[in-house]
Write a protein that binds this ligand. Structure first.
Ligand code: AMP
Ligand code: MG
Length: 325
């Protein structure tokens, strides 16, 4: 692991690592981010792996400005007003994924929405510009640890799990960005943060707060409280060692149970990073007419396997009330 002062040279090196699918820790005005190419499923899987996250929470994709955001999400007037007032800055907007959006499914935990933000930190901006692509970045700490506001915190928490840390000094805001959902009728605050509710309401009028809502609609979108992210329409059967003829099989490893109607292998070599990268796309592909049920072979409960199994259990536990989304 290298800790580097942000110079033209170190930023170019960081951008090269990102384009190569590797991770870079970098300063934003809120906290240090653990960045990976938001359009690369493997890079996003590596983020979860480095953090040791037992779940796949959707990540924020970082872009330069509203013009760039429009390439990845379905933009609207409210987003335009908010971006004009708060971007670059600590406000994340949740918007529908645009058709053909290259943002990795793992970065949005399989959701049809994308959380997007333009950070104001000059080093973050230089890195996004040099990388030439959106950067997915949660806070650069091991899961459960406190968010890092200095490069030393990142080095202590992630050590050798990240090849390069750009040291931009202490973060000025020091709390995470505000997350605002713009996909429901009324903008809904999913996470309080660096942009205040009052300042947001001054631009768009009254907003809803997810905690205040009954369990339903928007409250379910709130991370952490979220029981199910993307859930397939078909039932999911876990721990399958044999397969029925009406089942689609999500396989793992070199020895695949025979007889399925359709089989996709998360990782023929048994690599959990590759499996995580393929998880949402393969679940979606198996969730199709003609398939009665999705059977899933056992996934080891180690490393990224924790997050994969967490996600699969949620998919299997879904009671169907949200099916048909
Ligand atoms: P972090 O990456 O640790 O800053 O956390 C990102 C926050 O944004 C988490 O609370 C996520 O659950 C939330 N978030 C990211 N993407 C979405 C999305 N598509 N819909 C709702 N919340 C999201
Ligand atoms: Mg965090």
């Amino acid at each position: 692991m290298t800790v580097a002062e942000p110079t033209a040279q170190s930023v170019a090196e960081a951008a090269r690592l990102l384009r190569d699918g590797q991770l870079v820790a970098f300063p934003t005005e809120t906290v240090y981010g653990l960045g990976g190419d938001a359009t690369n499923e493997r890079a996003v899987a590596a983020i979860f792996e480095a953090k040791g996250r037992p779940q796949f929470n959707p990540l924020i994709s970082h872009v330069l400005d509203a013009d760039e955001a429009r390439k990845f999400v379905r933009w609207n007037d409210t987003a335009g007003k908010l971006a004009a007032r708060f971007w670059p800055g600590p406000l994340t907007l949740v918007l529908p994924r645009s058709p053909g959006s290259p943002i990795a499914l793992l970065a949005t935990a399989g959701l049809d929405t994308v959380a997007i933000r333009a950070p104001s930190h000059p080093v973050a901006q230089a890195l996004i510009r040099a990388a030439g692509r959106p950067i997915a970045a949660p806070s650069a700490n091991r899961s459960g640890a406190i968010s890092p506001t200095r490069a030393e915190h990142v080095a202590e928490s992630l050590g050798d799990r990240v090849p390069l840390i750009l040291d931009g000094g202490p973060c000025l805001v020091g709390v995470e960005s505000t997350v605002l959902d713009l996909t429901s009728a009324m903008p809904t605050l999913l996470r309080p943060g660096g942009a205040t509710r009052e300042a947001i309401e001054a631009v768009v009028g009254p907003i809803a707060v997810s905690d205040a809502l009954p369990s339903g609609s928007s409250a379910r979108k709130s991370p952490g409280q979220l029981e199910s992210h993307y859930a397939p329409a078909r039932p999911v059967r876990l721990g399958a060692s044999t397969v029925g003829a009406d089942e689609g099989l999500l396989a793992f490893g070199p020895t695949v149970a025979p007889g399925a109607m359709l089989t996709y292998n998360l990782s023929p070599s048994g690599d959990l990073g590759e499996a995580a990268a393929n998880l949402f796309a393969m679940m979606r592909t198996l969730d199709r007419p003609g398939i009665g049920r999705i059977a899933v072979m056992p996934i080891p409960e180690t490393g990224l396997g924790l997050a994969i199994n967490d996600r699969l259990r949620r998919a299997a536990a879904d009671d169907g009330k949200d099916r048909g989304r």
